[in-house]
Design a protein around this ligand. Sequence first.
Ligand code: TRP
Ligand code: SF4
Length: 329
Amino acid sequence: MNRKRILSGMQPSGKLHLGNYFGDLKNWVSLQDEFDCYFFIADWHALSSLYEDPHRIKEFSFEVAVDWLSAGLDPEKSTMFVQSEIPEHAELHLILSMMVPVPWLERNPTYKEKKDEIKNVDMSSYGFLGYPVLQTADIVLYKADYVPVGIDQAPHLELSREIVRRFNKLYKKKVFIEPGAKISDIPKLSGIDGRKMSKTYNNAIFLSDGEKEVGKKVKSMLTDPARARREDPGDPDVCNLYPFHKIYSPKAMQDEIASDCKTAKIGCGDCKKMLSETMLEGMKPMMEKRQDILTRPDEVKEILRAGTLKAHALAKSTLEQAKQAMKLK
Ligand code: TRP
Ligand code: SF4
């Protein structure tokens, strides 16, 4: 059976949180049965914002791998690997960088946004401008049919397709294939303070949080700000906590909460108590799996080593084809 290939990566810039899980990881886990999946740790990409403390990347890479396995990525089904262990990514990035016009990169909306958003590091580097070129190399080395991305990454993928067309046209050979976007529909989940969940905002619930931390974070969640007093009616539609019920609580409970909130029959404290319970229940399998995995850290490294070996062979063969098309070989 010839399954279509999926490829995606994640930067090891810290441990993963529920935003990463519901935004990407959960989707990856469900793609494993239908597609030939390649997932990699984009440690060279992480250097674009961590170049001042590169030593942290190794530790973060391990944490991300543990998060992946705890969440259900399965080495029997998916190939997991580390970008920097495969030098072909860097080599193809260099080759592509010679033919990608700089204005294509400068008009990328994600570039402009991120450059202004990240304040603690100078993001005006050459490498960060070329981020989508490296990302293109990542994708096309494996001839991926689809890349699962959030809607915000769609312009990157369009750029990848443009680069592929340019290469194939220049050297008159269809070495690379244009990757399609697999856009998943993502539940809106904010951090505990109501802003976008992000480790830099210190508002995230991590996959690696234990029972105590989850309970504490739920307790401190921002709710409907109009509910200043217990007897004020609330509105689940503007409440930052309610979307978590939509994910973790049974439908009957969701409906009851919504109506009891609007009539002030329950207070936010009661509502939080219920959420803590259903959320912990929902996170429990992941927590248990993590405990189990952490007793065998060498196995995590072995999974990445085996995945890297397999991915490397594929990357090598594609790069060879690219060089032949260019008559460099
Ligand atoms: N840009 C992705 C992120 O921010 C990581 C990434 C690097 C990636 N190369 C990729 C994703 C190729 C999909 C395909 O985490
Ligand atoms: Fe939000 Fe629940 Fe409070 Fe209503 S009762 S405002 S849904 S936390």
